[in-house]
Design a protein around this ligand. Structure first.
Ligand code: PDD
Length: 311
């Protein structure tokens, strides 16, 4: 059974056909969410920020005491090989998942024998062009995720149950993302994005110390802001910062930058994408040597898939 065009699965480095793309019911990622992952995307079929994503995966592994089964170099080579072996010509999203592996039932992490390594390559699913052109709505959800305020904070663990319930709430209200607010009222990040506020031309975004995912795109945007002398302040964000913002935007590998123009149904300032959002997004692409036709300039192609984003 052939893989779909633009799709490929590797299990422990071996390409497997869709009918053999299965993992054991004794795998701890399945049983306990005992797993970490990364999501990369390609530009011109080249994985973007490959070394940074692999390094973050190793950081995540360290925070949850999973012994990585291959070196950084070997994993980078494997991801490059997976992309090279994937048919078709479109851009791809690559999900790299590591579980602690299989073993007898029991929470004791030492029961696992060998970590499992899975690479999923799929055609990228991008937001609708209008989301870039007009911006999106988000909702605020007060909740605590699996790793919040724990030693594993900041690790990209594969247990997104709390976040997917927050996203379900967003979709139910016609919004495209949920922004997580923790028990102390701190605005942290989206379910799969980092969050930024612009106030009086200054870009504000929460510190990594608050347990947010240290986003690869976030880093690129902070570099872009510096390159265009757009002032930045890394600081705790509150609901009040959002409601009094001149601009709000979110960032992630797949979306890059999406303007946020409504929060809980209320407009952000004039209710349209702001100039700082556009400028820092443009510079992000320029600084990274990426295609310079900005997503909000694309014709409205209609959604590739209504609602959510490929992950
Ligand atoms: N990660 N915060 C969270 C909780 C995320 O899941 C993501 C997205 C981000 C943005 O990080 P980055 O710029 O490195 O993609 C922030 C991947 C893309 C995902 O889960 O889809």
């Amino acid at each position: 059974m052939e893989a779909q065009p633009g799709s490929l699965v590797l299990i422990n480095g071996e390409v497997v056909t869709p009918d053999r793309a299965v993992v054991s019911v004794h795998d701890r990622g399945f049983l306990y969410g005992d797993s970490i992952f990364e999501v990369l995307r390609t530009y011109d079929r080249k994985p973007y920020a490959l070394a940074e994503h692999v390094e973050r995966l190793f950081q995540s592994a360290g925070r949850v005491a999973i012994d990585m089964p291959v070196s950084r170099q070997a994993l980078e080579a494997e991801i490059l090989s997976a992309v090279a072996q994937t048919s078709g010509a479109g851009e791809l999203v690559v999900r790299v998942q590591i579980t602690r592996g299989i073993g007898p039932l029991g929470l004791d992490p030492t029961l696992a024998r060998e970590p499992l390594r899975v690479i999923l390559v799929e055609p990228i699913v991008l937001p609708h062009a209008d989301d870039y052109r007009k911006g999106i709505g988000v909702v605020l959800v007060q909740t605590e995720r699996t790793t919040d305020n724990t030693p594993a904070a900041g690790a990209k663990v594969a247990n997104y149950l709390v976040s997917l319930l927050a996203l379900r709430e967003a979709y139910a209200k016609g919004a495209k993302e949920a922004i997580i607010v923790d028990g102390r009222g701190r605005v942290l990040e989206g379910t799969t994005s980092n969050v930024f506020v612009v106030k009086d031309k200054v870009i504000l975004t929460p510190p990594e110390s608050e347990g947010i995912l240290p986003g690869i795109t976030r880093i690129g945007l902070l570099e872009a802001a510096a390159a265009i002398n757009s002032p930045v302040r890394i600081t705790t964000l509150t609901r009040g910062d959002l409601s009094s913002a001149d601009e709000v935007f979110i960032s992630s590998t797949v979306r890059e930058v999406l303007p946020v123009v409504r929060i809980d149904g209320e407009p952000v300032a004039a209710g349209e994408p702001g100039p700082v959002t556009r400028a820092v997004h443009t510079q992000f692409r320029k600084g990274a040597g990426l295609p310079m036709r900005m997503p909000w300039q694309e014709p409205s192609l209609g959604p590739l898939r209504p609602g959510g984003l490929g992950k």
